[in-house]
Ligand binder design. Structure first.
Ligand code: ADP
Ligand code: 5GP
Length: 225
């Protein structure tokens, strides 16, 4: 609990690359003054306009290994041959300030965070409307070559299969505004739950988009879920 008595919240967003997670996270942060982005540590090099301490804490493999040995991470994982991790201090700061911390981490990291903070963490898996649309978005973003796109699509199926099984919520990012509204509803409901309150209207809304996601057959076939 924060000093104002508001519970902090850990909102984990995971998705196959290209699903629109970055777009949704930015939009959420722009609309919620009490939300902060959880800056992870990584051993990969900065890309494009990325800034140290803002997008990631860019560290050497040796420093990362030191932090692992010291038990400084709340969770960490190998992704595409690089290491990524959430520092315990980042989580503790958000919780002690009563903030909503947004995590852009992969499914293995999300599962670890949920296990470490079962009460405060909420896991949301973002699904593109179809595998075909995911491919279109990856190409549209045009940051990847053909090889990288093929690799990301292959990874996407494994990630979707796992996310559908282990995450608490699934949000389909078909129309951006609707997907954002769903994430906001989830955050609000979980925040109420932390304060031991409920809102039946909110629950009904969430049940409705959950049904819609469950009826989305396209990914079930692809993911074998
Ligand atoms: P991720 O962070 O999951 O890899 P991005 O946020 O970079 O994905 O989005 C991938 C591409 O898809 C971007 O070009 C983005 O503008 C586009 N995009 C995101 N959400 C939608 C949506 N709901 N409809 C259409 N295009 C979208
Ligand atoms: P990118 O290199 O494209 O920024 O990220 C690659 C992948 O690593 C993405 O799936 C991203 O969600 C994931 N990732 C980023 N930070 C972390 C982290 O701290 N922990 C874990 N487990 N995954 C992360």
């Amino acid at each position: 609990m924060s000093s104002e008595g508001r519970p902090g919240q850990l909102l984990v967003l995971s998705a196959p690359s290209g699903a629109g997670k970055t777009t949704l996270a930015r939009a959420f942060l722009a609309r919620h003054a009490d939300a902060v982005f959880s800056v992870s540590a990584t051993t990969r090099a900065p890309r494009g306009a990325e800034r140290d301490g803002v997008d990631y804490h860019f560290v050497t493999p040796a420093r990362f290994a030191e932090w692992v040995a010291e038990g400084a991470f709340a969770e960490w994982a190998d992704v595409f041959g690089r290491r990524y991790g959430t520092l315990k201090r980042t989580v503790q700061e958000a919780l002690s300030r009563g903030q909503v911390a947004l995590f852009d981490i992969d499914v293995q990291g999300g599962e670890q965070l949920k296990a470490a903070f079962p009460r405060e963490a909420t896991t949301v898996f973002i699904l593109p409307p179809s595998a075909e649309e995911l491919e279109r978005r990856l190409r549209g973003r045009s940051t990847d070559g053909e090889d990288a796109i093929a690799k990301r699509l292959a990874m996407a199926h494994a990630e979707v299969r796992r996310g559908l099984r282990t995450y608490q919520y699934v949000v389909v990012n078909d129309e951006l505004e609707a997907a954002l509204a769903s994430i906001e509803a989830i955050a609000e409901r979980e925040r109420l739950r932390l304060a031991d309150r409920t809102d039946p209207a909110l629950d009904a809304r969430i049940a409705r988009f959950r049904r819609e996601a469950a009826e989305l057959g396209a990914w079930r076939d692809h993911a074998g879920a």
